[in-house]
Design a protein around this ligand. Sequence first.
Ligand SMILES: [Zn+2]
Length: 266
Amino acid sequence: RGYPGWHIECSAMSMKYLGETLDIHTGGEDHLFPHHEDEIAQSEGATGKPFVNFWVHKKHILVNGEKMAKSKGNFYTIPDLEKREYAPLVYRFFILSNHYRSQTNFTFEKMDEAKNQLNRLIEFKERLEKITKDKDESEDVKKVLKETHKNFEKYINDDLNIPKALDEIFEMIKKINKIADADNLTKKDSQKALNFLKKFDEVLAILDYKPRKTKIDENEVKKLIAERNKARKEKNFKQADEIRQKLLDMGIEIKDTDKDTEWKVK
Ligand SMILES: [Zn+2]
């Protein structure tokens, strides 16, 4: 009688793609009860096997110390953040730099901090790529990498302590930068360090970040969109197309809807 509630489809879909026992199941803290308890009950009842090995529940994110809500206007989507020049990977880095069990408080100051740190990481990677010194590898670098690798794994294995693992990476950057400043970093060293960065990025997936070189001027974008809409009204499609191209060159994509023209960062 009746029809299945919203718990059953989670069991059905996850089993279809991941098998009867999932290794890690994540969710927000509000899913602990009843949703995940129901998932366990119905899945284990059906299969007789453990449904999940590890549960990871993220605490809710606050915005400026308050609960996120559309009605409060403190609700940001990824495109909203992009318009303020925070790439999606900056947000990812921000989330990673807070432990999942702790309460994350979103502020734009913290997003700036995340952006700066991510920039430091990318600058370091680019520096390594430019090292050409043709000499044997240095024992110091070997030692730093070995130590970092060991600690990185230790923290990841300790209930996904990613903030601490990230600290290790930035400690390593400091040490290797010092060696490079003294002109003691060889090409072999930098290759090793780059390989290491790629290895840890299998866990973090942040290295693809490309810092924007040009600034987005929101007023300029709005002005161009208004000009284009005027040109369209006057059936001057050539000019309208030119303005669209100009916006594209600035890294802005536009979409015309019934009401107005929406824009987003490419
Ligand atoms: Zn679910």
